[in-house]
Design a protein around this ligand. Sequence first.
Ligand SMILES: *Cc1c(COP(=O)(O)O)cnc(C)c1O
Length: 426
Amino acid sequence: MKKKPFVTKAQLEEMVKQFPTPFHLYDEKGIRANAQAVKEAFAWNRGFKEYFAVKATPNPFLIRILHEYGCGCDCSSLTELMLSDALGIRGEDIMFSANDTPAEEFRFASELGAVINLDDFTHIGFLEKTIGKIPETISCRYNPGGVYEISNGIMDNPGDAKYGFTKEQLFEGYRLLKEKGAKRFGLHSFLVSNTLTNDYYPALAKTLFELAVEIKKELDIEISFINLSGGVGIAYRPQETPNDIRAIGEGVRKAYQEILTPAGLGNTAIYTEMGRFMTGPYGCLVTTAIHEKHTYKDYIGVDACAANLMRPAMYGAYHHITVMGKEDAQADHKYDITGSLCENNDKFAVDRMLPQIEKGDLLVIHDTGAHGFAMGYNYNGRLWSAEVLLKEDGTPQLIRRAQTPEDYFATFDCFDILKDMKHPYV
Ligand SMILES: *Cc1c(COP(=O)(O)O)cnc(C)c1O
């Protein structure tokens, strides 16, 4: 499928007068339609809730939009909890799925009334010591170990992952939690990232549903909610087929009816913690070509860098690129598209066939709506870009200003050097 930007060249040309590139742009219409589709796909389950993985795109404007569709927040750090709290998303609208968790974060999550999803058996004692009790509602993260395989092959290697309880620990954990006063139990698992198959959630659901039945039989504990977590992927490449959330919801429903309902667990709520699927395709990084270089290869230097989008540098991840205004031109030039970091992996694309690029061309780097801006960092003193929302009525709204040198130097405050600092052109 041809990948088309959700914004036109004319719209962008207007926008860059107001917001200099680079910036991340989000598509309100797309986010809303997708959130509605997720809601509908799981409407068969009475307790269904999507807890948006805040780490994917921690922007309050976007989280507020998702909240309109019933989404809560999946948080795993102090500041993510603070963000959720500031938006008025509290109590059981927060899933606190952290690992290696500091005591003060358990304390704050507990104060907010968040559902705490424990990553490890030893966290039972740690939590009890930290907050003085075991909450009535509590969840545990399961890691089956080994390799995770579904009909179309091995998907990932949970045995190598740092997360979750072993099966033995899980049974012992629920027994202990019940003994310590817990009354409502959840089961959570996240086994594979960015899956491009409608079978992942249904397969994971089957694994967890069977486990819930076993837990009921062995421990006389009824699991109240099963959290399929994140991992539903998106089609980064044009030749990939996007996931169909309706088919996914239907697959989970089938497994539910086959396994949970007959076991008397037909009231179990299904939770999800999708990040990438909720916003990934509805964001892009807008950048301008500022240099052209020909040595042993042909390079286009843009004004964004890996500090604005780390996935290509970190994972060699593919992000599709559209040269605005040249959508239908022949892709007959082979380029490396580079940022300015003094790191040779700072390339948004390597050996990519694209139309001829001129300095000043606007490039749209697709699918940066999740794990894009959020993974930004300040290496080489590069600053975070702005985030802009393309509203449903076609107008842009600044939803996070770009970082300034003052922001960058702010943590030197205690050394009192800022007062003498002058920057000539900002
Ligand atoms: C990262 C993460 C998610 C979201 O994952 P996606 O792949 O973005 O859907 C959900 N839950 C937890 C605990 C995570 O760490």
